[in-house]
Every structure is written in structure tokens, then in C-alpha cells.
Design a protein around this ligand. Structure first.
Ligand SMILES: Nc1nc2c(ncn2[C@@H]2O[C@H](COP(=O)(O)OP(=O)(O)O)[C@@H](O)[C@H]2O)c(=O)[nH]1
Ligand SMILES: [Mg+2]
Length: 480
């Protein structure tokens, strides 16, 4: 278990930049988008001939540009800029460089951070980073996902292989970049940089900045400056480690920054002491960030979800791959539409650690308890839309074959992951399962799982579907 995949490890969030500012930015984005599309209609026509799926074109174009980063053809650059006006060409000097500094534009400010927990926790962290970028007027730069629960032997996966970054930045109307677009992933050059150490200002167990393998992968040698303790949301409270978005945002501006400077910790490799970088602002860890109260991603007002999370869609490739799994699970032919289904996420495995002596048969919710929630969701879908949804697709980290047989006996369907790892790699069972969860006409999840919490938000936002969370921990935990 990751040091931070603990119970208190749930959800994050933010504060709004103001609906007017946000709306006008989106309107601006739309105008810029339309103008560029009209100007480059010739280039686009040629490009569209490549593939029949419009969304896929964007991702493929960006991948092409990345692959050919040193000498992108003029046509490629124009097409990329037209399809993706907030893409790398608008916010960086060029293709990825050996030292990231060569690629930063003098007229642009940036923000970054690292991840170090389970995959969904890390999704929350990147959502927080992007939201902090919005409120500080800085371009967020996203690193890769690291394989915490997948296994140390598995390589990290780029954020943009999972989420549709061009679509995100166009929906946001602002740049969001990936580290692979900034610094050449094969570069061995170690960049020195000064960053804020948030971790030591908010918790009292670990006397060092939050550790993350991302910084190794990115070849960064970091000199940390401890953030002031007033950033902590609940002063001196050892059982929580949240900060607010705006306390961190203050450190991004000159006067609070100047007032908060203390002697930095020398960097581990080059032994250099640097104040927090003003061009590429960085914080060690942004999981525990909220607008107003700890773990607020599941609350309706969560600004991180409302202003960023809901716009973070899967890549078209991942969606298409997931559709093949759902079709196979339900026995739907290739050429037929997938019938609506209720999706379920049953989170077990390391959650056993929180059963604290209660045997797992009594701690985790049994299938009849989950089935009661499924009925509620089914009834609510019918009440809302008159639709009768009979199909149920179950995803879980459970490894016990008997449990899966009991799932099948209920008439519920499951994706067949028997060869997913061999075919697509170890990241893909959870990626496909998370995509399935988000596609439900309604959703039943496991209380306290970030994977369930974000699935519930996606089903509400993307499918307009009802959701329920099954409580667990004791035999009667979900009685209601
Ligand atoms: N394939 C698959 N993996 C899962 C499922 N549920 C949990 N996992 C794995 O366990 C990890 C749980 O960590 P995280 O994503 O942070 O969510 P949380 O711990 O439930 O809050 C996931 O990232 C997956 O690697 C599931 O339904 N399917
Ligand atoms: Mg987790």
C-alpha cells in the first residue's frame, strides 16, 4: 500500500475564478477556435481524409507532431494549431528540449507538481494542479501517471494517453501541457529547480518534502523551500493535511512569495540552493487541496470538479477500446449500438486494511446489499426518463474467482480481462474499467474509493445518471 493510499486519502478541490471570467474565457476560446478553423480549412480538409473519426484526428495529430517534434512540417504545425489553438505551439518555444528551460517562453508563466499515490488519487491531483493553474493564470504542465498500484516494473503512462488533452484545453479555453511536450522524455539532462515544499507545512510524520518518482523520471534536481505553516487548512491538526487553493495561489504572487522565503533545502544531486522558481512554479504535492473543506471532490460545489474535472474526457482510443470490451461482455454485435447499462465498482483488495479486525465477509458489502442499490438506481432511471435498464456491468479489483461466479449468477456482466495485460499492457485493466464505470446510465460505487467517487461524478455529469455509494465496514453499514 502506498504511504498515502490511506483512508483519509480521499478527495480534493478549489474555489471559482468567477463565472464571468470563466465564461468570457470560454467565449474567447470559441471565437479563436472558429477563426482558426475557418483560416485553415484547406489544411483541415487534407487532414480529415486521414481518418473517419474527428476526435481521433486531434490526438493523432498531436502524437504525430510530438514524434516529429524536431522538424514538424509547416502543414503539420498549421493543422495542429488550427485543431488545437491552446496546444504546445501556443505556449512553448517549440518541440521538447533537452533542458526544459530552453522551451519556456519569456512571456508565459507555468505551474507544475508531482504525483505519488493510487491512480485516481493522482487524477485528482492533476485536476487540482490544472485548477490552480487557472486561478494563478499559469499554464499547468502535467507529468505522467506512475504505476503505484500497477507494479514498480510497469513504465509510467503519459497523461495524454489516458485523457484527451486537446479536448480539455479547448473546453477550458486555456493551455494545458504535458511534460513530454516541454522536455524530451529521453533527455538525460538534469535540470535544477526551486519548488515549494507543501508537505512539511501540513503534516508532522515525515520530515521531508513529499517524495515522488515523477521527479526522477523528469530528471529534476529540486531545492525545496518550506511553505509557511499558515497554508494548513486546519491549524496544528495532525489528522488532516489539506491546504486551500487560495493559500497556495498566494505563494504564486510576488508579495506573499517574498514574505515567505526561508533558506531552501539544498538539492540532492547538485547541492544547489534555489528559491521557488517564478517562471515554472512548482509544489511538491497537490492531492490535499480543497476550496473550503477536506476531501471535497464528491461535494456538489467542488470547484476542481466543476471547473476542470468534468472536462477531462477519455481519449477516443480508450473509449473505442472500452466499447469492444462492453460489447463482448454484453454479447452485443459489432454493428449494433451498446444497450444502456448500470455500472458498478466494487472496491476490495487493500481496503481490507481498514476493516480493522472485522472479517472481510462482514466488512465488505455482500452482493445482495449491492443489488439493493442497483435496484434503487434502476428505479430512479425509470422515474427520471421512463427507461428500463436491465443490463448491469460489474468492475472490481477483487481476485477471488468464487466472488466473480456469484456476480455472474446474479445475471450481471463483467469485462473479460484475461488477456488485457498481454494485449495492451498492465495499465489497461483499470483504465478500461474506469471508462466502463463512467459510461453507466446509472452507477453504484464503493464508499470512500476515489475511483468510485470520480466515476459517480462522471456518470452524473456525462450521462445525467443517478448514483449510489455502498457503505461498508460492518455487516449493517449500508442499512438504510
Ligand atoms: N482493473 C481494476 N482495477 C481496480 C479496480 N478498482 C481498483 N483497482 C486498482 O486499485 C487502484 C485503486 O487506487 P485509486 O485509483 O487511487 O482508487 P482508491 O484507492 O479506490 O481511492 C486503481 O487505480 C486500480 O489500479 C477495478 O474495478 N478494476
Ligand atoms: Mg487510492
Amino acid at each position: 500500500m502506498d504511504s498515502d493510499t490511506r483512508y483519509e486519502d480521499k478527495w480534493p478541490a478549489a474555489r471559482a475564478t468567477g463565472p464571468a471570467a470563466f465564461l468570457s474565457r470560454r467565449r474567447l476560446a470559441l471565437v479563436a477556435w472558429l477563426a482558426l478553423v475557418i483560416v485553415s480549412v484547406g489544411g483541415l480538409t487534407t487532414f480529415i481524409m486521414y481518418t473517419s473519426h474527428p476526435a481521433a484526428q486531434i490526438t493523432e495529430t498531436m502524437d504525430d507532431v510530438l514524434r516529429n517534434h524536431t522538424h514538424p512540417s509547416t502543414t503539420q504545425s498549421h493543422v495542429a494549431a488550427a485543431l488545437d489553438p491552446f496546444g504546445p505551439s501556443s505556449a512553448l518555444r517549440g518541440g521538447p528540449t533537452m533542458s526544459f528551460r530552453e522551451n519556456l517562453r519569456a512571456d508565459t508563466k507555468y505551474i507544475t507538481s508531482w504525483v505519488s499515490a493510487g491512480w485516481t488519487n493522482d487524477v485528482f491531483t492533476y485536476i487540482n494542479l490544472i485548477y490552480l493553474g487557472i486561478i494563478t493564470d499559469r499554464v499547468p504542465i502535467i507529468a505522467e501517471f506512475i504505476p503505484s498500484h500497477i507494479g514498480g516494473h510497469v513504465p509510467p503512462i503519459p497523461f495524454g494517453k489516458v485523457f484527451d488533452v486537446p479536448r480539455l484545453r479547448n473546453l477550458l479555453g486555456t493551455s494545458v501541457l504535458e511534460w513530454r511536450e516541454l522536455k524530451n522524455p529521453s533527455s538525460t539532462f538534469v535540470d535544477d529547480i526551486g519548488c515549494w515544499n507543501v508537505w512539511e507545512a501540513v503534516q508532522y510524520r515525515e520530515a521531508y518534502p513529499r517524495r515522488s518518482r515523477s521527479t526522477e523520471d523528469l530528471r529534476l534536481d529540486i531545492s525545496y523551500t518550506q511553505a509557511p505553516t499558515w497554508i494548513k487548512m486546519i491549524p496544528n491538526y495532525e489528522h488532516d493535511q489539506h491546504v486551500t487553493f487560495w493559500s497556495l495561489a498566494r505563494l504564486a504572487f510576488p508579495s506573499t512569495r517574498a514574505d515567505s522565503l526561508v533558506t531552501p533545502l539544498p538539492s540532492p544531486k547538485h547541492n544547489v540552493s534555489l528559491p521557488p522558481d517564478e517562471h515554472l512554479l512548482c509544489y511538491d504535492y497537490l492531492y490535499y487541496v480543497s476550496a473550503h473543506q477536506p476531501f471535497e471532490m464528491e461535494y456538489d460545489y467542488s470547484p476542481a470538479w466543476r471547473f476542470v474535472g468534468q472536462y477531462l474526457h477519455w481519449t477516443p482510443e480508450l473509449e473505442q477500446l472500452t466499447n469492444t470490451y462492453v460489447r463482448r461482455a454484453l454479447g452485443t454485435p459489432e454493428d449494433s449500438p451498446i444497450p444502456p447499462f448500470i455500472s458498478i465498482h466494487v472496491r476490495h483488495y487493500d481496503f481490507e486494511a481498514w476493516c480493522r479486525g472485522v472479517p472481510i465477509q462482514e466488512c465488505f458489502a455482500p452482493l445482495p446489499v449491492i443489488a439493493r442499490r442497483v435496484r434503487e438506481v434502476k428505479d430512479e432511471i425509470f422515474l427520471r426518463s421512463g427507461r428500463v435498464v436491465n443490463h448491469v456491468v460489474v468492475t472490481s479489483d477483487e481476485v477471488n474467482a468464487t466472488w466473480w461466479q456469484e456476480v455472474a449468477q446474479l445475471g450481471w456482466f463483467t469485462p473479460d480481462h484475461s488477456d488485457t495485460k498481454e494485449l495492451y499492457g498492465e495499465w489497461y485493466p483499470p483504465l478500461i474499467d474506469a471508462t466502463i464505470q463512467s459510461q453507466g446510465a446509472g452507477f453504484v460505487g464503493t464508499a470512500l474509493s476515489t475511483m468510485s467517487i470520480i466515476a459517480a461524478r462522471r456518470v452524473e455529469a456525462w450521462q445525467n445518471g443517478p448514483v449510489r455509494m455502498v457503505k461498508w465496514g460492518t455487516p449493517d453499514a449500508d442499512d438504510h
